[in-house]
Design a protein around this ligand. Sequence first.
Ligand SMILES: [Zn+2]
Length: 436
Amino acid sequence: MKKQIAQKGLASLSLSLNVPGFPKSNHTVNVFFRCCLQELKYNLKAHLVDIDDNESIEVCDEAGDFYLVPCSTAILTLLEIKQVCEDFEQNHPLGRFIDVDLNDQQGNTVSSGKSKLCFFCLERPAIECRRENAHEPEELRSFMFPKMADYCRRQHDESVIAKLSSLALKALLHEISLTPKPGLVDKFSNGSHADMNYQTFINSTAAISPWFVGLVREGFTFRDSDMTKALPIIRNIGLRMESAMYEATQNINTQKGIIFLMGLSLFACGNLFSQSDHFKTEVFRTIIRDICKDLIKKELVAGSESAKSHGEKIFLKYGFSGARGEAESGFRTVFEFGLPQLTGFAELNDEVIIKSFLAIAAHNNDTNILYRSNPDVLNALKKLCKKALGDFNDQNYSAVIDFCKNENISPGGSADLLAVTIFVWLVMRQFDDSTI
Ligand SMILES: [Zn+2]
């Protein structure tokens, strides 16, 4: 095949793996090979190595996994390309298992003259150990396969972590951008807020989002059987997010509630996906419940003497447990009211998101409303939301918006639960939970 490419006057570049013994490939080796191939292609492109991937050959036979591609020397010389290939091998964490070979226009291997060290003993040139059969193939295979599997697993986990944090950001942006919203900040109105607008939320979202990856990662590595020990870990990151939020908003509390709820959600997802490739609703809810076990008793009942936060003051006055209660219940409002409104839809649009919000607000004892108002106003709002959901039209939805405006209230707690609902829906779509 190299000769065939050479007959067209072209150089060629190949990827293969150094697998001693037989068979030369198995599932682990094949997955690792495809992972390396993708990395190699990015690397070549980044260094302007011009390969013709349409003419590439990718096979897996008795000789193992193999990729061969014609390569142009119009931009880089053969030696420059050889250097890119060597750097790739050298910089790759498992580069000693990888062979990237370059062949000139005659089909001959381009050599840099450097000898590689044996990946097993790290003492002698690989070529010597191979020639003398210095190591048993089985010994070599059981040395390298777990390393390959571990590498692929990490790559997979990293992509799941990136995906989850991206979905969290997406959920927040969808919730913030939903317009119009009753009493809440949206694209065209500040709702019942004098001190914040759409830009404030964009700024604060941008400020907290870099921590999403860390929250998922903590969940991935958490192994304690006592899940309540996760809470200080999540809080520790959450406090940093709060600082970043206050810095970005000039000391306005835009997203304290969602930092807590999304922090829990991301950690729980990390923990779930460290054990499963699929989202499982009940496992997710159990993890949240276990992390927040006795939260109301520990934090609201015990702390009621020195109530400081909005949530603590409302609990003292009315007994409503707010975001903590929702968390301790494993996001009851999210799963029983918010999510069913989104179930069955292939795409989200404003109408379904508004309906999900109304379903949440119709059942949520929103402490944000109680803080500014009283239980009568809360109950009146819940009734209006129920009516607007049951008979959804502009008039009924406007009635909810007008009511919040007149009462100068903002259902921020329900908005936070909406963001969590959207996040869970997105995660279910991405990681195919069969219940959706
Ligand atoms: Zn050796």
